[in-house]
Design a protein around this ligand. Sequence first.
Ligand code: ASP
Length: 277
Amino acid sequence: MTSAQATCLADALAAGYGILAQGGSALIAVERTIGLLEQSGLFNAGRGANRQLDGVQRMDAAIMEGTQLKAGAVASIEGIAHPITAARLVMEETDHVLLVGPFAGRFAQHFKLDRHRSTGAPRRLSYDRILGKQKRSTRERHGTVGAVALDRSGTVAAGASTGGIDSMLPGRVGDTPLIGCGVYADNQSGAVSMTGAGEGIIRLVIAKSICDRLAMGKSPAVAARQALRMLVSRIRGSAGALILSPDGRFAIRHVTPHMAAGWWSGTGQPTVRGEFP
Ligand code: ASP
């Protein structure tokens, strides 16, 4: 984690907590926190989103609240600065949960969301070359952003926003916009936001799996450890999780080498670290 990222994380935590301290909702705190991280260009989300193999940034985001289990998401959205806000609008302004591609972009335009002009023209690559390139890649660049929050009314919320993984085929969608995979929130169990290799997270529906463990009475730390251990042992997956229970207990756990994250409950300064052993 760079010092710029650490500062940005602390500022985002303080901004999110500020909303909660004024009696604002967990949902808006999560949106605001993620919005600042998207805006920064320092993470793999919003302005800093990865490019797919044709050179285009296509972003995924989701948000969910735990009272009525309302959720909204966008996938493969292009050209907007805040996919997390588009996700909240899908949740609040439509009867749907997920909008994709150009239609998600058109929806965001209708609400006049800030545009983000991605630099660089799309590359014309033959599919044979794209597939070969995808298979050869060993680099991994993560950096999805996410947040969980609990407000005064006892409602939890979770959200995440990403530019995906390295060397993605055009049109690839990861776990982030899939409710129950990258994000889940339920006042009867807790809130979870995931980062990591999305294909594995999808196959084991990890966010919901952690919430189910919370509902069975496991602590956030134990629920996360069990689900992440299963991810590694069953399919050699790789991920990190933010977990918050409705009684305020939380855990940050990862089986990736690093995970830049932090927390704040209003006293002292926000805590930000690059690893959570
Ligand atoms: N989970 C994201 C995805 O697979 C990537 C990440 O967390 O870095 O799209």
